[in-house]
Design a binder for this molecule. Sequence first.
Ligand SMILES: NC(=O)c1ccc[n+]([C@@H]2O[C@H](COP(=O)([O-])OP(=O)(O)OC[C@H]3O[C@@H](n4cnc5c(N)ncnc54)[C@H](O)[C@@H]3O)[C@@H](O)[C@H]2O)c1
Length: 352
Amino acid sequence: MKTGLIGLGYWGPNLARVLSQAQHSDFTACCDLDAAKLRRIGRLYPGLRLYNNADELLDSDVESVLIATPIATHYDLARRALLKGKHVFVEKPLANTSARACELTAIARSKRRVLMAGHTFVYSPAVMRIKELIDSGALGTIHYLSFSRVNLGLYSKDVDVVWDLAVHDVSILLYWLNEMPARACSFGRSCVQLAKRDVASLWFQFASGPVAWCEVSWLSPQKMRRTCVVGSERMVVYDDTEASEKVKIYDRGVNLRRPQNFGEFQLTYRLGDMVAPNLPNTEPLLCEVEHFLECAESGRSPRTDGKFGEDVVRAIEMAMDIGWKPAGVCEEMRLATAAPELAAAVGSGERA
Ligand SMILES: NC(=O)c1ccc[n+]([C@@H]2O[C@H](COP(=O)([O-])OP(=O)(O)OC[C@H]3O[C@@H](n4cnc5c(N)ncnc54)[C@H](O)[C@@H]3O)[C@@H](O)[C@H]2O)c1
């Protein structure tokens, strides 16, 4: 399938590399507004057609397009590509509002074209193995999930840390639980730049029971990519900074026993073994791009299709309390009604 790539900034060259390796790929064209970036990619992949205008690439014979441009441009470029009959892969997040993501999904459906959101972690062997553990019931009832994605980060020019980093965690969370949150809220702070959060925490509550929180920061001394899933039967720690043994499954927990007589201690601790499963050594980005190309050829719906991409954007909007309103009320709003002094303390940083 003849494939083109739009956007050759920080991330685009990684997509170019996997496009040049992927099965089903005939990587033929690239586009960027910046001539120097085009020249550089042309030197790396001789024979590519180079465009400095997206419409020229979209008017060419490419059948599928990958978009890795700034988030604010995703909707417009993806819409134009779909209307010209291309299969479209859009880097995360699918669009900067859920209404726009929803419109893209509808256009893809009406044009019978594949639309996929680039949520790379959903294609990682570690994340897929944990999904199997959750779905098989091996972890028991899921109590809570915590995500930490912090480091001394690369400050994005156009978006805050939530739209840059939390998108990854929210995509993993929705993939694992296969459920939209019933309630969500967040708070954060702009420490270095004006009105651009570089630290934030998002909280979610699901109707089936679990709660989850995601901590993201570009302003932290150590790199952490750590997720913990706590179930009634087992607990899992997923550390993406580990070269091997990224996933550790702990047979640990606490049970509440029905007391036999008055005063008997009711809690028993289970301190079983830890197992680190052997995971395939496949590159998530390559798997993701091959999945897109396979779906474009077969017409199958991708794992992270337009609807999934839309749900991720909607969940973030819920947490940030903009756009679509959550079913429940935000914790800070609840506090504001119940205890105004406490709400003032919670909201003393900038409200996300
Ligand atoms: N999946 C991941 O793990 C991952 C990691 C990093 C970034 N991303 C995503 O990749 C996308 C790009 O991020 P980035 O950090 O590379 O941004 P960037 O700003 O470094 O690069 C964007 C590029 O797009 C070009 N561009 C902008 N408008 C254009 C247009 N209309 N036509 C053609 N080219 C245009 C710019 O010249 C620039 O070269 C974002 O959506 C980001 O969220 C994904």
